[in-house]
Structure formats: C-alpha cells, structure tokens
Design a protein around this ligand. Sequence first.
Ligand code: SF4
Ligand code: SF4
Ligand code: SF4
Length: 672
Amino acid sequence: MTCQPRKEDRKPSSDISLTVLSTSGKSSGKSPPMSHMGWKRATILLVVQGLIIAHIVQYAIMGETVGPFEPSEGMKTLKDGVITVGFLFFAALLLSTAILGRWFCGWGCHIVMLQDFCGWLMKKAGIRPHAFRSRLLLYMPLCLAVYMFIWPLFYRVAIAPWTIPDLPTPTLTFEMTVTNFWATFPGVLMAIPFLFVCGFMTVYLLGSKGYCTYGCPYGGFFAPLDELAPARIRVTDACDQCGHCTAVCTSNVEVHREVHDFGMVVNQGCMKCMDCVSACPKEALYFGFGVPAFLAKPRVEPKVDAKWDMSMREEIALAVVALAAFFAVRGMISLPLLFASGVAACAVFLAWKSWAMLSTPAVRFHRFQLKLAGRMHASGWIFASTTAIVLGALVYVGALNAAVVFAERASEGVRTPAEVVFSGSPVTPNETEIAAAQRALALYAYALPAPVGIGFTGPWTLGVESRMSYLRCVLGDYEGAELMLRAAASREGLTEAVATGIGQTMKGRARLDLASAWGVEQCAQHPEWEGFADSTSLWLTEEGNRDGAVALIRRTLEQNPTSLALMRRLSLLLCESGDDTLRAEGIRVIDHTLTIEPLNPFAFVARARAYRDAQDFVQAEADFRRAAELAPENGMVLDSLGQFLMSIDKVREAAGILKQAGEIRLRETAAR
Ligand code: SF4
Ligand code: SF4
Ligand code: SF4
C-alpha cells in the first residue's frame, strides 16, 4: 500500500469532475454512493447517550456522582484552579485528537448525533443540506474557544493580580465527585431551544455539520489539533477519482480532490467518520499513520476554485453581524455560550440570504425560489419576513443589553462603599456620584418591562432590579429600594439575595431593629440560607444582641453542619464575646476549620487574636507569624502582626512590618 495517488492520474485538481455528483450538488443519475458506517456510528453514539443516561440515573439514586464529562467544566479549572472531571476529559480528548484527529467529533459527540439525525430527516424529506461556505466565519469556533477558555486563564494569570486587591494565590484543588450535578447545566427550558437551534436549524441553514463548522468552541481546538495528527484518511493507487467519497462526506470535505492532491485528507473538518472509506468502490481509502496534514506537500499544483459564497467585503460585514448577534444574546439574556454561537451562526445565514435578495436578481434556498429575474416570490417574502423578525428581535435584545452595559459603566462612577451606604448614617454622595447613579438608574430602567421600560420579564429582570435598588439606596431612597425588592419577591418568590437586600435597606435607614427582626423571621423559614444567617448575625450583633446572634448561627449550623462560613462566624462571635469559656470554644471551632482548610491565613489571624485576648502571647505570636507566612502580600495580615509585635515591645521588627503593610495598603487603595 502507498498513500500517494498514481502519477498518471495526477491532473491539476481543478480538472477533477465527479462522476457521481455534479457541482450543483444534484445526482448525475448514477446510483448514489452508500456508506455502511452509518449504522455503526449511530450505534456507538447511542451507546454514548446510554452511558450519559446511566450516569444521570446513578446520580438521581445516590445524590452524588463523578463530575460531568463535559468539556465546559474545564472553564472552572482555568478560572479557579479546580481540577474537574470535565477538564481531565477535555484534556484527554485534545491529546488524542493530536494523534488520531477529530475522532471524538465523529464518534462521541451528542450534538453531532443530533446534526446527523437532522440531516437524515432532511434527506428523507428530499432536502439536501447545502454547505454554507465562508472563509472568515470559519474562524468563529477558534475565536469562541479563545473567549471561553484562553481569555479567562489569561485574565486570571496576567490581569487579575494587578486589578483585584487581596486576590488569593491560585491553588490547585480537585473536584472529582459532585453533589450538584446540574449546577453548570442550563435547565430543560433552555435545553430544548438549544437542541433545536444547534442541532436542527444550523443543519438546515448552514449544512450537515453547520454547527461544528461555525458555532462550536470545542471545534476551535479540535480543528487545529487535527492538522498535527499523523493518523488520517489516506489513499492507495487504486483510486480512480470517481468522487463517491466526496459525495458521501457530510463534513463537506472534497475527499477525492484532497487525496488526489495530497495522498490524504488534509481538511481540518474531517471527523474520521469513515463514511468515505466505506463508500469507496475501489477500496482505495484507509485510516492510517503517516505524515500529518501540516507537513503534507501537494503532488500537483492545486488551482484554487472560487468556492466561497461571499465576497470578502460581505464576509467582513457578516462577521460584524455574527459578533453583534452573539453578544446580543450573551449579555443580559445570558444564553449559554454554545447556544449563543448557534444563534449567531443562523443569524449570519439569514442576513446573508436577505442581502442576496436585495442585491441579486435570482436567489434560491433549498428547493424554494425566493427571487427570480428580479421578482420576489411568495417564499421570498416569507423568508424576508422571518429574517426581519429574527434580526429585529436580536436588535431589540441587543439594545436592551446595551442599555444594561451602559448602566453598568455609569454605575462605576458610584464610589461610596456598600458599608457606608448601609451603615445607618450614610454620607451624602457628591454631585458627580449622584449624577452617575441617576444616569445608571435611567439606563437600567429601559431594561425593565413596560410601563417602566421597554424590556420584558425574564430571569435577568431580578438582577436589574437588585442593581437599581442599590443605586436608590446610594441616593438615599431606601424605602423606594425596599419596595422594588418586595415587588420582585412577590413576583418571583423571595430569594436569599433579595431577603438580604431588604434587610440592608432597613439597616441603611437606621432601622436595625426591623432588619434584625426580618432576618430572624426569614432564617426560621429558610434555615438553609447560610449567607443570610451570617448577615442577620451581624445585624443582631450591631444591635447589641450578641447572644441572639450566637444562638441564630448555632441553629443554622445545625442545619448546615459542613458550612465553613458559619463556623467562621460562630468562632468570631465566640472569640469576641469577652467570656473565657466562650472564647475557648471559639478557638476549638477555629481549630476545626483549620483541619478542613489548613492554609487559611485569616483563620490563623482570628485564632491569634483570641489567644492574645486570652493573654497567651506565645501562641498568639506563632499564629500571627504563620498567617504572615501564608499571606505575605496581604496588608491586613501584616498589619495585624505588626500591631501585635508592637504591643509586646518588639518595636524594631514591628516598625518594619507596619511600614511594609502600609505600602501594600496604599497599593491596594490605588488599585481600587
Ligand atoms: S465540533 Fe463540537 S459539536 Fe461538532 S462534533 Fe465536534 S465537539 Fe461536537
Ligand atoms: S478514493 Fe475511492 S471513492 Fe474516492 S475518488 Fe478515489 S476511488 Fe472514488
Ligand atoms: S473525509 Fe471521510 S472520514 Fe472524514 S468526515 Fe468526510 S467521510 Fe468522514
């Protein structure tokens, strides 16, 4: 076997015509080529679905399971340093793709199964998926991959350390099992339109692997790695250029041309589905190892055909449409990234066809003649109306998103810290801040449903209302803010965040008594709200009811015995009680938190203070020093150590540390 085409057959590639498929994509009349791989692939893809279902059933029964085998889980690893099963799975896929090519796309992905199913249905209905060919939008998956995976990593490593004070040093942790399996998945209401758009509409509009070609961020990694893979579809001398392989390929690869020119398939879109191998009547194709695509040299001078659907100018305009559509549904509405990319790809196609209807005399879409001899047909009007509705909806949503983005920008001008806003005796903001808050409020209002704004109610509405209620508090309108939150709660049910917001508006207008009573009442009804119990304990303490705060945290901790946040709060309340017995209990609680989180510098500071108050200066010094070792760049930690050393007359060392702490704090303030 050799992987090169016979020399005598090597005509320039543009001279190659297919005997089974004309360039229009219509059958030449000969019997269509058949692949016997389809059912094998379908069986394997169904087995994969069966394994996914088994995984879900096991979780439903046991309440805990191995983390989802979902590449998007890798985002958590890159952002927070949590190594997940999804990350390891994705890493293994990338590694194997660099050796075997895009095998996972052909044999393991549920979206490809859906696309294949849609393609099969369309075939049954007599519709042949027609590939949309754009050279610029081909980069969309790569851009999405960078946006989804590379940018968060770059931000975490190169930007955040300079812009976020007190950013904890990244540490790697493992999360192999989960008790909240669905936490990172969109709900069923989102899954159905997602599958419809990304599985069906992309195939109908963009071709049989439309979503893979233009919308999938994972493809953005798989495609370039495929270039490196030594395992590829290769050809022997038996090839007679009949073209069956190209006709059967649903990834829009010109197989006959590539094997003629290179002796192998070099296209990054090849998913190693083996349909071409199976359909080749000469058994000339095989899957084997050899030179990778990026080192492949053409055997003949390939003549580049004009195979793109658009001019470069149109491509640039449509790339702008793609970006606008993507961010229109990503911002406030916050569609999952994979869904948003599918919507953007479909919007691009609709915009392109509509532009073609405006600028050319004849336009077809599948079997529909939309326009002929400059005259629009009924199907053309229907297509144009559908496009207008879809693009109009995207523009409308994009405008709402823009209002929210500008509102967020404007609210950056509000500098009064939340502690001051909710202190009960707030400082009146200066004129600039008042103007910024008013402008932000006016812009946010656009995103609210009528009659206040021009938006509509959705999962994002509560977020907008929360931000507006905060700005109202900044302007001193605590009652208005509370009313807004209560209206949101009566519409959507009371959430922990809204309950906290309501309590804060009460505290802000110097009604700690109301805030505490509200907190205790809601904690009784929602013992699972750890954060809310924490806030309520602060309100109670500030009101002078430390015993009430301790009792509340103890009750909530009984319901949430593994909550570190509650343990920390309880230890602080006990250690600051002034009572030796309670302080000793507080130290025991901190000891317990340190068995769970042994490198937490703040726990050491808390325990050091408790020892200091108990006059155990030796232990206190050891803990303050340990905290400084763990967080040598934290101003508060260094300041605590310096103050303590000063108090025990280690003046010279204390002065150096306090100077260092002061410099760090100055830097932190400047960064803020
Ligand atoms: S490109 Fe994405 S959607 Fe397509 S098969 Fe590969 S992983 Fe699945
Ligand atoms: S590889 Fe097989 S199917 Fe493809 S052109 Fe050659 S002989 Fe025909
Ligand atoms: S070139 Fe062959 S193996 Fe690759 S996607 Fe097309 S039919 Fe499948």
